[in-house]
Ligand binder design. Sequence first.
Ligand code: NAD
Ligand code: LMR
Length: 342
Amino acid sequence: YTMVLLTRSAFSTVQRRAFSSTSATAYKVAVLGAAGGIGQPLSLLLKLNDKVTDLALYDLRGAPGVAADVSHVPANSTVTGYLPDNGGLEKALTGADVVVIPAGIPRKPGMTRDDLFNTNASIVRDLAKAVADYAPKAFTCIISNPVNSTVPIVSEVFKSKGVYDPKRLFGVTTLDVLRASRFISQVKGTKPEDEPVTVVGGHSGVTIVPLISQSNHPDISGETLDALTHRIQFGGDEVVKAKDGAGSATLSMAQAAARFTNSLLSSLSGTPVTEPTFVDSPLFKSEGIEFFASKVTLGPSGAETIHDLGSISPYEEKLVEACKVDLKKNIAKGITFVKENP
Ligand code: NAD
Ligand code: LMR
């Protein structure tokens, strides 16, 4: 009799575990701008992520086609495409655990990311209003450039709607981290997956600060260090130039965003991940810099621990100083935009 009881209770434990592990890894992810250059490959990569059970693809045009296409990839998730009509944005966002936003125009040769501000600021502001209304608890990940300004735009919109939780808003800087690993592996002839590099600051030009002194190769110095640092800071320009008017990084960016989304989903389901991202940060707040990318430990509530820069070289201290000058202006521009154009 005791045996039977034990067996029964053991069975129900297994059942409970099975149930909780299923529910703990069932997530809805919404992509806003899903039919674009980043949105399409990102949607494919998210379809291949088995933590994603419901994939909502929204765009002004083309999203139903992308959804139909991606939905044939054999993975047990639901993929739905939405357009602005029939409450599409509300439907895409409702119940989303993670919202990823690559909506907006990309650069052409000769442009800076800041040149995208006039067009992308209002796109991001309006999408942020919808996220505040329909998915106020979601983790919101901003890809649209200029990230240094679009993240503050989203925070201002969320504040004005009374839903701002600084732990749940992320500027995606993962592409800088991927580039740093790849470029250092090319210098050293190693495998990029064995070359973690912390990249801090922001996401444009000199605001991108790779901490090579903390990598596996603190020995890199002189012209090699200058060239490597420059390549990481201006890696986006290489792609913009090579695409020659047809846009900026899309495939590598999709991989970067899929990786960051997976880190958030892992953290939500109980496996914390630490990686750089651009967040509302205490690090330089006393100097009037509200947002900064540094290593962040992600957990079920979002950005749980924001790590400081640790010990950095005098070379990197100079880079951080230059970063702060631009970053402060970029952040102020985003905040002012929402104040003047609510
Ligand atoms: P794209 O033009 O190919 O795609 C953008 C998509 O956004 C289009 O399909 C468009 O219809 C859609 N869109 C525009 N306004 C919208 C709205 N209001 N609602 C929904 N969808 C809307 O551009 P892309 O190459 O995919 O780049 C998108 C953005 O990502 C650009 O701003 C680019 O600079 C940025 N980007 C950021 C990083 C990064 O590291 N954070 C890397 C690469 C590109
Ligand atoms: C990148 O880093 O590739 C993106 O920010 C796109 C760009 O404009 O360079």
